[in-house]
Design a protein around this ligand. Sequence first.
Ligand code: ADP
Ligand code: ADP
Length: 233
Amino acid sequence: TAAVQAVNLVKVYQTGGLPVHAVRGVDLRVDRGEFVAIMGPSGSGKSTLVHMLGGLDGRTSGEIWVDGKRADTLNESGWAILRRQKIGFVFQFFNLVANMTVADNVELPALLGGSTPRHARERREYLLGELGLADKADASPAQLSGGEQQRVALARALANQPQVLLADEPTGNLDSRNTRDVLRLLGEVHRQGQTIVMVTHDARVAGLADRLVTLLDGMIVDDGAIAPPRRRT
Ligand code: ADP
Ligand code: ADP
């Protein structure tokens, strides 16, 4: 079964004036363990597509399947449960819980997903350590820079070892050092089997993926394996 799949997925925004056809019949199947980068010009429907895959935007028509189960027919609470159990999200705008420490923010999804407190703590220590945030565990989100908050949001999204990680420009606001930390962690969890669907405009970031999907005007115009770098001899 696919980790996540879209079947003839369509999104039309109806706002006052003319309808906006943001996603126009996308078929996308992401197998377990795949790392897919989604690229395309601004306004091509990338964000709308990943938002729909996570149930954050409703679809106009078509089907969404997560881990072999039909998801587009779920109501809001059904999506909330599915997200808690199977989906991790990182977006440019992340909402950390303001009155909880960084450590508690990261541990919460694992605890809600049924991890033991000890396992949740160990996972949090691993993720924050990899992201260079070990010394921020007891801070509150408001004490962190934007880039630090973004990395905490990534740690939180991965806390539960979700069936699929959906990431919308996860390095969007980061400087090059923090970008490198985020990419190293994404590469590492991918090697551990994490399925990742990531929107990016940065070809270097996309180079980490196994497969590149290109959107144009709400349609997939290219979908293929990324050639591994040629070996130098
Ligand atoms: P991308 O992520 O590739 O930049 P988006 O998915 O954000 O593209 O947007 C695709 C199209 O849908 C654009 O024309 C955008 O203006 C439009 N759009 C996105 N969100 C909304 C919204 N909430 N209401 C109306 N139109 C929207
Ligand atoms: P990104 O570039 O990160 O994909 P966008 O600028 O497309 O983000 O969208 C930011 C927010 O504005 C989103 O919540 C999106 O739904 C909304 N949005 C984008 N385009 C439009 C639009 N044409 N009309 C109304 N809302 C929009």
